[in-house]
Each structure stands twice: as structure tokens, then as C-alpha cells.
Design a protein around this ligand. Structure first.
Ligand SMILES: Nc1ncnc2c1ncn2[C@@H]1O[C@H](COP(=O)(O)OP(=O)(O)OP(=O)(O)O)[C@@H](O)[C@H]1O
Ligand SMILES: [Mg+2]
Length: 315
């Protein structure tokens, strides 16, 4: 399988001015590495504020102006610079944005889904596909001529979803596509995402719902405080024994069927000198306080932890 998306050592920080001229850089994504292959769905799972949307926005080239980015993003082996991002976004790479604010308030929703198109024949062809996709999500013809402000929240989410699918993307970045949707539309969304995969496409599925990730994805990447701490298969994620990071184990144990054993503590907001999970970690070593583990490969699992084997080496 060919690689569609490669994100290598991506870091994103924001420069902010606190109390007048005091410059403060806050790092929100650190040394992030992740890949999506053809015919693969990779879920990015992390709690609120862990940097999931920023990852999506950096791939699409829509980060805010005060962000500083290092690292590399490749699409089909080619470095994605800003020019290429702008060229292919909405076409080869589509985003289902997290917020309905991404809809253009001045444009009818059907025209947004069809996209800019001068050629009459192509426009007519796209119109047919747009109607089919809208129909599938229960958006009837009367919706086509509406403007975003005339939509209910649920309808707006369905319009965002449909809009990303009309152009038949090769890579779909879905940023929390399901919250707020009725059960039928959630099932429909999961089916569509899987359908893309069956047609050789790749999907980066951003979610904080572990059950959606388990139902949909092939691999799951766990975000913690702007770091990827583990990338493992969905099969392994069904069993706390088969994941390596203590935070991944805690996440699995927090599922309803495992009795909601929730993790304690909060993710650090500021850059810490050691492992970001140090404060909450049940298997921490002394060295974890002041040095950061790198993402390393262990039997095809990517893991960022000094002590994942559970062996206290006395370091
Ligand atoms: N323009 C900005 N300037 C400064 N900090 C920002 C900016 N945008 C986002 N952040 C910070 O970056 C961090 C990650 O934000 P992001 O929106 O990617 O989180 P998320 O994982 O998508 O959360 P959620 O699950 O709530 O959508 C947050 O702490 C946020 O406050
Ligand atoms: Mg988000």
C-alpha cells in the first residue's frame, strides 16, 4: 500500500504577548509523527485541547497567522508546502471541519458543496453527486438554496459532511464528524468513511470518542498534551493488556463495559521538562521527570514511554 500522508516531527507553537511586550511561546504540538496509507483509516484520539484540530489545520494549510510550524508534511511522497496545500485542498484532500463556522455565510449550501466550477457540464455533473450525497443524509432539495444561517445545528453538520464527500477526496481529514448527529447519521457517516477506505482512499479520523475510533479505524494514534504517545492497531485497542502506554490502558479501562475507571489528573498545558504523562503515571521512573521519551517502534507499535515494558530499570 502506498503512503498517502506522512507527518514527520511536526511541532506547532504560538507566539503570544502577555502583559504588553512580554513574548511567550507556547508549544501545542510537539514532535508529532503519524502516517496514513491508502485504504487505511487512522483515528486520532485525544481529549479536548490535545492538539487534534491543529494537526488537521496544519495539513490543510489553514493555521492562524501567529503559529510557528516546524517539521514536514508529505502527501503521496511530495512535500506539502503552502502552495500545494492550497492547490489540492477541497479536492484531493478534504476536511470535515469541527466547527460549522467554516461554512461560507454568503453562499448557498449546495453551491459550497459543488465548489467553484466554471465549466457548465462539470458543474451539472457535480450537482447530481451533491444531490445524491445530500439525499443520503436526509437533506432534501429545499435545503439546496438555503444559506448557512437558515440551517439547524444538525443540518449544518450534515452539510459539512456532504460537502467533504462530494468531491470524492483521496484523503479525508474528518475532525469530529459525529457529535450532535442523530444515530442514523452517525451510522451513515461511519459507513461513508469505511466506503472511502474500500475505494483505496485514506482517512484521518479525529475524535475523542473511543467507541467511534474502535468501530471505524484500522489504527489508533493517542494524543496526549500535544504528543503522540502510542500508535497501535484497533485489534490491540480492544484489550488493555495489548496496548503499551499506561494512558492507553487507562483509556480502555474507562470504557463503560470496563466500569468507567476514569483517569485522574489533567494534561499539562505548558511545556514540561520530562514526560507529559509524568504527574499521572503509575509506572513512572525517576528519569521521566526530566527527560522526554522519543516515539519508538516496538513490534510494529509506536510507543513513547521509557517504561512500557513495566520493568523498573532503576534509571
Ligand atoms: N490561535 C491560537 N493561539 C493560541 N493557542 C491556540 C490557538 N489555537 C489553538 N490553541 C491552543 O492549542 C491547543 C490545542 O488546540 P486544538 O483546537 O487543536 O485542540 P483539540 O484537540 O482539537 O480540542 P477539542 O477536542 O476541544 O476540539 C489548545 O490548548 C488551544 O488553546
Ligand atoms: Mg478540535
Amino acid at each position: 500500500m502506498g503512503k498517502l500522508l506522512e507527518v514527520n516531527n511536526l511541532s506547532i507553537s504560538f507566539t503570544q504577548y502577555v502583559q504588553g511586550l512580554n513574548r511567550h511561546d507556547s508549544k501545542v504540538i510537539s514532535d508529532l509523527t503519524i502516517e496514513v496509507d491508502e485504504s487505511e483509516i487512522v483515528a486520532v484520539l485525544g481529549s479536548s485541547g490535545s492538539g487534534k484540530s491543529l494537526l488537521a489545520h496544519s495539513i490543510l494549510g489553514i493555521l492562524p497567522y501567529n503559529s510557528k510550524v516546524t517539521g514536514e508534511i508529505k502527501y503521496k511522497g511530495q512535500v506539502l508546502d503552502q502552495e500545494l496545500k492550497e492547490q489540492i485542498r477541497g479536492k484531493e484532500i478534504s476536511l470535515i471541519p469541527q466547527s460549522v463556522n467554516y461554512l461560507d455565510p454568503l453562499m448557498k449550501v449546495s453551491e459550497q458543496a459543488i465548489g467553484e466550477c466554471e465549466d457548465e457540464k462539470e458543474h451539472a455533473e457535480r450537482k447530481i453527486i451533491q444531490r445524491e450525497v445530500f439525499n443520503k443524509y436526509g437533506l432534501d432539495e429545499s435545503v439546496d438554496d438555503l444559506y448557512p444561517f437558515e440551517l439547524s445545528g444538525g443540518m449544518a453538520r450534515k452539510v459539512l459532511l456532504s460537502t467533504a464527500l462530494v468531491r470524492d477526496p483521496t484523503l479525508l481529514i474528518a475532525d469530529e464528524p459525529t457529535p450532535g448527529l442523530d444515530k442514523k447519521s452517525v451510522e451513515e457517516t461511519i459507513k461513508d468513511i469505511k466506503n472511502l477506505k474500500d475505494h483505496g482512499k485514506g482517512v484521518l479520523l479525529i475524535t475523542h470518542e473511543i467507541d467511534v475510533a474502535l468501530k471505524t479505524a484500522d489504527r489508533i494514534a493517542i494524543f496526549y498534551s500535544g504528543y503522540v504517545i502510542e500508535i497501535n492497531t484497533v485489534e490491540n485497542f480492544k484489550d488493555a493488556e495489548k496496548v503499551l502506554h499506561p494512558y492507553s490502558k487507562a483509556l480502555i479501562n474507562s470504557l463503560p463495559k470496563n466500569g468507567f475507571k476514569l483517569t485522574e489528573g489533567v494534561q499539562p498545558l505548558d511545556e514540561v521538562p520530562g514526560c507529559p504523562y509524568y504527574e499521572n503515571c503509575p509506572i513512572r521512573l525517576d528519569k521521566c521527570a526530566n527527560s522526554k521519551p522519543q516515539l519508538e517502534e516496538h513490534e510494529s507499535i509506536m510507543i513513547r514511554c521509557f517504561n512500557y515494558k513495566g520493568v523498573n530499570d532503576g534509571a
